[in-house]
Design a protein. Structure first.
Length: 93
């Protein structure tokens, strides 16, 4: 049996509020085949002295959003197992 889960990553660029660089924010959303959704967020800031290569900011923000999403998925899994086992469960990374 095959199931397909989809991950969508949206990237947003803004000027840093401090005015000293560009900020890329990533929003990752996982949708399972049963319709469950989890979200993760990530951020990257380019310092003024760094070269202007937007793809690097996109990669870093997306990686951080995916890491956040993975951590949230592990927590959700731990909570699901805990509910079935009626005791606290910690999943080892």
């Amino acid at each position: 049996m095959t199931r397909t889960w989809k991950v969508r990553i949206d990237l947003f660029e803004t000027d840093d509020l401090r005015g000293d660089g560009d900020v890329t924010t990533a929003h990752a959303e996982l949708t399972t085949s049963s319709g469950t959704r989890l979200q993760g967020r990530g951020r990257a800031r380019r310092a003024p002295q760094d070269p202007d290569v937007p793809e690097i900011g996109d990669e870093l923000a997306a990686a951080r959003a995916l890491r956040d999403l993975a951590d949230r998925l592990l927590r959700a899994t731990s909570e699901d197992i805990s509910a079935l086992e009626h005791e606290d469960v910690q999943i080892v990374r």
